[in-house]
Design a protein around this ligand. Sequence first.
Ligand code: GBH
Length: 479
Amino acid sequence: RRRRGGEGVSALPSGFLFGAATAAFQIEGAAHEGGRTDSVWDAFCRVPGAVIAGDDGEVACDHYHRYRDDVATMKELGLGAYRFSTAWPRIRPGHGPVNPEGIGFYDRLVDELLGAGIEPWLTLYHWDLPQELEERGGWASRDTAFRFAEYAVDVHAALGDRVTRWTTLNEPWCAAFLGYAAGAHAPGRQEPAAAVAAGHHLLLGHGLVVEALRAADPTLSLGITLNLTVVDPVDAGDPGDLDAVRRIDGQINRFFLDPLLRGEYPADVREDLAAVWAEGLVQEGDLATISTPIDFLGVNYYHGEAVSLQPAAPREALEAPTDRPTSTPFPAADGIFFHSRELPRTAMDWEVQPEGLTRLLTRLHEEYTAPRGTALYVTENGAAYDDEVAPDGSVQDADRVAFLEAHLAAVADAVEAGVDVRGYFYWSLLDNFEWAWGYAKRFGIVRVDYATQERTIKASGRRYAELIESVRSGLAAKR
Ligand code: GBH
């Protein structure tokens, strides 16, 4: 069954939460203001060839100074919630004391959102580790998990009276495996064992934060956001392809889902990664901490993967657009080939596969979240396209409109099938700093002209506003 256009959202209940997402490093700019120190991304941007065109986060969308206008735009779009992240190096640089000026920015942002009737969804970590902590070992060091919990407690002390939705981490797979194994993201290390350690320490940091915030206020709603995907075999009848699926699903999805929601690392994943899994990495009590119950699982879904086993087929590093040499983000993927299917593609060259989102949500509900009463939210989904500005100044991004409608319909299909998914955040509110791609890729429903910092709501933004309003008013359901 394929539903098209706006009709696709009719299964969504009127209370379904619609929002848009951003991340501190990608939009804020003001990199040296208000006592902010370097994050690993500031340092990485200075590495020759690390980021396309030598782009950096110095100015970005200048959101640090323009947040009032940006909140007004969110209100115009009718967003019910805004997912943003706090910059650790603004708030608590490394071992230093809390920086009141850094907290002050988020204090004002939260008040502005609440004043506009928009629920703040705060993410504590979206990849901007203080560089000072990277110099002490970064996420490969166990100590970083404890420093993360200290920082979280500080942010909660300042904002916990107004913010009820807390996400610990955004996409620990990316932070660990793109950052420490592939070297395509900051800190640019290419050490698979450090990546596995980083993955565990990120999860431990998550658990420590959940324990601490739960103790501070049992009424908070706490969760984590993972980048998750559907992995299909090229030939479902080929045992080699099925084993490739098992390994990639293990390294992207189950490495994180199982400790969080089942309290253990999957035995097959530990075995696959044995050569890079340090002795004594997982200490007594870690898994109990990591699996402390959460209220919601945030799902970031962009595209699926189709894999086969073909000896000697190298993994292309899609995440490394520059000439700087990088490695595979999968330490145990020897012989696995990532197949390109006959599907439409975005400007990132990612396949557009909306039904994958329905399948992913259904699987998560059945295998992981429903048994524990954990709610699901799509915390990111979106697409980059080569937008053009029309002579009248408008942006008619028909491909993004279609992407948005198809993925909302895919979420509605999951809701209809009984999956407990309660909200959707489009990535991103604004065109912004797309990591190693710099400003070359635009994901926004709002265009940013980087020369003038002028914002323009794209056709996709207008369409999103219409769909939000039709669901909220119950009109979509009556159609
Ligand atoms: C998200 O990550 C981020 O949270 C956000 O900051 C970012 O701007 C946004 O998406 C758009 O990129 O198989 O090695 O080619 C993206 C998650 C996970 C998507 C890995 C691409 C392919 C990895 N990414 N995936 S690979």
